[in-house]
Design a protein. Structure first.
Length: 867
């Protein structure tokens, strides 16, 4: 299971609760909330927005106020980009103390960012023939026709946010930039050491010069690339550094910002997303990866990709996968393709051995191999894919010193083989080999180290890459915006890591979009107006993709493909403009069923237009935790009517279309997201606007998971070190402390865990005590009414929290947990006594002041007996 961009294993599989405390399953949990503990980004009003007399408010005022109150704090970054972001990132225990400071407009937690790992990565070298050049993806997007006209991005400045520093290599053409962190930076526990020498990794997709050994050219190879480095050589980064990098790039007058990174989001409210959106609104084009968490299902948009005004980029798979082939000695047979982009490192011709010659056996090598098995180190071993895990089979082979080769179905993805040298072959080839051995034919196998690469047609080529994260955002914005090629892309890679590589991920699709944007600006001019309309033009001309290649397959949901695959040629030569290109229908409770969009004929002759509704598969997103990807689809569609279905426009004329939508009648408890396209078709031209809505009220979506589905025990839990979840007393020494575990089935704008008196029973039934004493972020959220609940103080509070991931207990984001201490959130010691923990999570679109809009949970009694 993937968090947005990396793979982290936290929970073990197989949860036997009776014997194993949940806290030990959530190894090292403590705070796995994917934020930097006690670090916040505080935003101030821009000085320009303040009256002259109050210009002194801001950082100086905040620091003075904290010092005066003897509150200690550490400053990490100061931001001073009036109009975009003015603020500071700091660490302090008592975040509540910031609230009362004049001029503070927002306090947001600092999210952690995994190092952006490509979804798939292969080194390649000059000896590899048959690699896909860039022509394939340039042809399907129209870039080839622009290059042929000499349109190559000249004069446009692209700022990339990057992380790897390794040297300037072939195809690298970084004109400048800034290193915000230094090589040794590994995340928030290290100190960034900024310098002026940034280096980059994905520049080849935009900037690679033609005429190199791989025949690869960048999308906009004449654009100037500036690198803004925000990751060190190892480890992750934190949101405060990413924000600093974005502001630096904006201040350096980049025309385009591109970010191949992301972290857990869901909301459009993370600081990085807020800043990215403002930079876009200020007249720059901002392209950001949608994320590689497709298997986590819907409502999993990543931060900052979900920035309202940015272009969030999904990935499409290339039509071909470059794979290696092996040759046989003995039987006459064509080379056999195996699933690896690099040759298996095996020299010479080796005899083939099969652990079973039975072509229907289902448990091949699932048990230790018989003692009669020869030393396998001099063989290539053929194993049938079985019911047990691949790694189990490989371990049994390794016991006899085996090396490579495996048989199996599902020949569309590499298998994870750990340290073993192994690869999949196709089932029919496996059968052939087994039959040869069964017939007594001696078979030898050779893995040519050069010249054996074949262009294997990808059965999913041209579709949206399954790994692309799904939107929409929790507040129902249309994410991702658009798709660009991102699967099996050949590009430059830092020289010490090989120089060239085949990469897959939305991190590759994103610079492709940035390059496409550079082509747009180089032709239409680098004006704020062109930038402001760029996303609409890209979306309206994009090509909708199917969900699969079979006849009659539903069109892929917009919550994974956005408006479709980018068509850069059409962007530059379209003579019909649609605005807006996203129609946001919201949920049933906030339904905006009547939508207007303008159609303008920018061509030289009159055009007659016909409107055509093209619905796409409705995404059945799931009842408790959202369904894992690929998200199930249904053919229940919205209907739409137009005030006029056809109209004629003279050159320069604009017509406003009024479209009236009716959501599909579907089971609202599955939270179906319906969407589609309104095509505006004229002679030789077909542009579209996209729509998206939820056929349910989002307020009905439970936020707090109170099911037993995940761990076999009803959540949340407050658990003692032995794993018991009843009332207990704690000393808070030597690990004698409770562990609080919860899962969010959906994102929430307000999450809080408070300490309440032990006599609290069902929330809301205790007699009134007036105002709840609690700290809140200064946004007017007072944590709801609950005036009857005797709240003693907050233990934990988070705004705009993303949901947990329901699919797999290996994911770091599978659940959220907290080792409790005997202190409140502000560090003040809780007096000894008996208490309960009261959790509330606000449902999406709920009223923070309405008790009924919260999901709540009350813990068993927790005795605090600290010594
Ligand atoms: C939380 O508690 C568990 C169980 O005692 C422990 O293994 C883990 O290290 C703790 N985590 C932190 C961050 O203290
Ligand atoms: C490079 O690609 C172009 C366009 O596809 C092709 O005409 C040319 O032969 C290729 N050159 C090499 C060296 O492969
Ligand atoms: C294959 O042979 C080459 C050249 O003799 C040698 O350098 C390399 O280590 C060998 N590789 C393996 C996996 O044996
Ligand atoms: C098969 O491999 C063995 C061991 O490398 C070698 O001795 C033998 O000549 C090979 N046979 C063929 C037909 O290549
Ligand atoms: C290879 O796998 C396929 C699909 O599981 C199976 O039909 C075939 O019999 C296997 N071949 C061998 C030799 O195990
Ligand atoms: C092959 O394996 C299958 C499944 O285990 C079994 O039913 C069948 O009898 C085996 N065939 C032979 C010839 O052993
Ligand atoms: C791979 O090998 C390295 C070095 O021997 C070892 O540290 C690592 O745990 C191994 N990984 C797996 C998945 O076996
Ligand atoms: C949908 O409606 C909710 C509630 O009014 C609002 O908070 C949210 O921003 C809306 N979303 C969009 C995309 O307009
Ligand atoms: C890529 O190749 C280079 C040089 O051959 C090697 O040093 C590096 O470890 C490889 N990287 C990966 C991730 O395999
Ligand atoms: C906790 O300690 C109090 C005071 O000694 C006692 O009354 C209570 O029964 C204890 N609770 C549990 C669950 O042991
Ligand atoms: C910390 O929070 C608790 C509970 O809300 C409160 O009683 C206490 O006064 C706070 N301490 C400080 C120093 O503000």
């Amino acid at each position: 299971m993937r968090s947005a961009f990396g793979v982290t294993t936290l929970l073990g599989a197989g949860m036997a609760l009776a014997s194993t405390p949940i806290s030990s399953l959530i190894a090292q949990a403590g705070n796995n909330l994917l934020t930097v503990p006690n670090r916040f980004i505080v935003e101030f009003q821009s000085p320009a927005d303040l009256p002259q007399t109050r210009r002194s408010t801001g950082t100086a005022n905040l620091y003075a106020s904290l010092r005066q109150r003897e509150i200690s704090f550490d400053i990490h970054h100061e931001y001073n980009s009036p109009g975009l972001f003015v603020g500071v990132s700091l660490t302090l225990n008592d975040v509540a103390s910031l609230r009362s400071t004049a001029g503070v407009v927002a306090i947001r937690p600092v999210k952690l960012f995994d190092r952006p790992a490509p979804f798939d990565f292969k080194n390649v070298s000059e000896g590899d023939s048959g690699l896909p050049d860039s022509e394939g993806v340039h042809i399907i997007t129209g870039v080839d026709r622009l290059h042929a006209q000499g349109i190559t991005g000249h004069g446009v400045k692209i700022g990339m946010q990057v992380y790897l520093g390794a040297g300037f290599g072939p195809g690298f053409k970084v004109a400048g930039g800034y290193d915000l962190v230094g090589d040794a930076y590994t995340g928030p526990n290290t100190t960034p050491v900024p310098d002026a020498d940034p280096l980059d990794q994905y520049t080849g997709i935009i900037g690679c010069n033609p005429n190199n050994p791989f025949n690869v050219s960048g999308v906009a190879y004449d654009a100037e690339i500036y690198a803004f480095r925000i990751f060190g050589c190892l480890g992750g980064s934190a949101e405060d550094v990413i924000v600093a990098g974005m502001l630096k790039a904006a201040d350096a007058d980049m025309d385009i910002l591109t970010l191949s990174l992301g972290g857990l989001g869901g909301w459009t409210e993370g600081t990085a997303a807020v800043v990215a959106s403002r930079i876009a609104a200020s007249g720059k084009i901002v392209t950001i990866a949608a994320g590689n968490a497709g298997d986590s299902g819907a409502w999993y948009s990543s931060n900052p990709g979900n920035a309202i005004n940015a272009i969030s980029v999904a990935s499409s798979d290339s039509p071909i996968i470059p794979l290696q082939s092996l040759t046989l000695q003995g039987p006459t047979h064509a080379p056999i393709v195996y699933f690896s982009s690099v040759p298996l490192p095996v020299n010479g011709s080796l005899p083939l051995y099969a652990t079973s010659k039975n072509t229907t056996v289902t448990d091949d090598a699932c048990s230790p191999l018989p003692a009669s098995t020869p030393n396998l180190s001099t063989f290539v071993v053929l194993v049938r894919r079985a019911t047990c895990a691949v790694t189990v089979q490989l371990k049994h082979l390794a016991a006899f010193n085996a090396s490579p080769c495996r048989n199996g179905t599902g020949f569309t993805a590499a298998i994870s083989v750990g340290n073993f040298t192994a690869a999949l072959i196709q089932a029919s080839d496996g059968v052939f080999l087994a039959q040869q051995l069964a017939a007594g034919t001696a078979v030898n196998v050779t893995f040519p180290q050069e010249g054996a690469l074949v262009q294997f047609p990808d059965p999913k080529g041209g579709l949206v890459s399954a790994f692309t994260s799904y939107g929409p955002t929790d507040d129902l914005f249309f994410k991702p915006a658009i798709t660009a090629p991102g699967g099996h892309i050949l590009s430059t890679w830092p020289v010490p890591l090989g120089g060239w590589a085949l990469l897959s991920g939305t991190s590759m699709a994103t610079p492709f979009m940035a390059g496409s944007a550079a082509l747009l600006l180089s032709v239409k001019g680098k004006s704020a107006e062109v930038a402001a309309t760029a996303r609409s033009v890209f979306q309206s001309t994009a090509k909708p993709l199917a969900s699969d290649h079979t006849d009659g397959a539903l069109v892929q949901t917009t919550i994974q493909q956005g408006a479709g695959l980018v068509q850069v040629y059409d962007v530059l030569f379209a003579t019909t403009i649609i605005s807006p290109a996203e129609l946001l229908l919201n949920d049933t409770a906030h339904f905006v069923g009547t939508q207007k969009f303008a159609v303008t004929n920018t061509g030289k002759s009159p055009k007659t237009y016909v409107l055509k509704h093209s619905p796409v598969g409705t995404a059945v997103t799931g009842s408790i935790l959202p369904a894992s990807g690929p998200v199930p689809r249904s053919a229940d569609y919205a209907s739409v009517s137009f005030d006029e279905e056809t109209f004629t426009l003279n050159p320069g004329q604009t017509h406003e279309v009024v479209a009236t939508f009716t959501p599909p009648k579907v089971d609202a408890t599955t939270f179906p997201v319906y969407s589609g396209f309104i095509h505006v078709v004229s002679d030789g031209e077909d542009v579209h606007t996209s729509y998206m809505g939820l056929a349910a009220s989002i307020r009905d979506k439970a936020v707090l998971d109170t099911s037993t589905e995940a761990l076999g025990v009803q959540l949340p839990v407050l658990e003692d070190p032995s794993g018991a979840t009843e009332a207990a007393n704690y000393t808070f020494v030597n690990g004698d402390e409770p562990f609080l575990l919860w899962r969010l089935a959906f994102g929430t704008a307000v999450f809080r865990a408070d300490l309440v008196t032990a006599d609290t029973t069902v929330p809301g039934t205790v007699s009134g005590r007036g105002v709840v004493p609690s700290f809140t972020f200064p946004k007017g959220q007072n944590g709801g009414a609950f005036s009857a609940v005797d709240v003693l103080g907050p233990i934990f509070e988070h705004d705009y929290t993303p949901r947990n991931d329901g699919t797999n207990s290996d994911d770091l984001n599978f659940a959220s947990g907290l080792n409790m201490t005997n202190t409140f959130a502000n560090g003040t010691v809780i007096p000894n006594g008996s208490y309960k923990v009261f959790i509330r999570a606000l449902r999406v679109t709920g009223d923070p002041d309405n008790e009924a809009d919260y999901d709540t949970w009350l813990s068993p009694t927790m005795g605090v007996f600290a010594t």
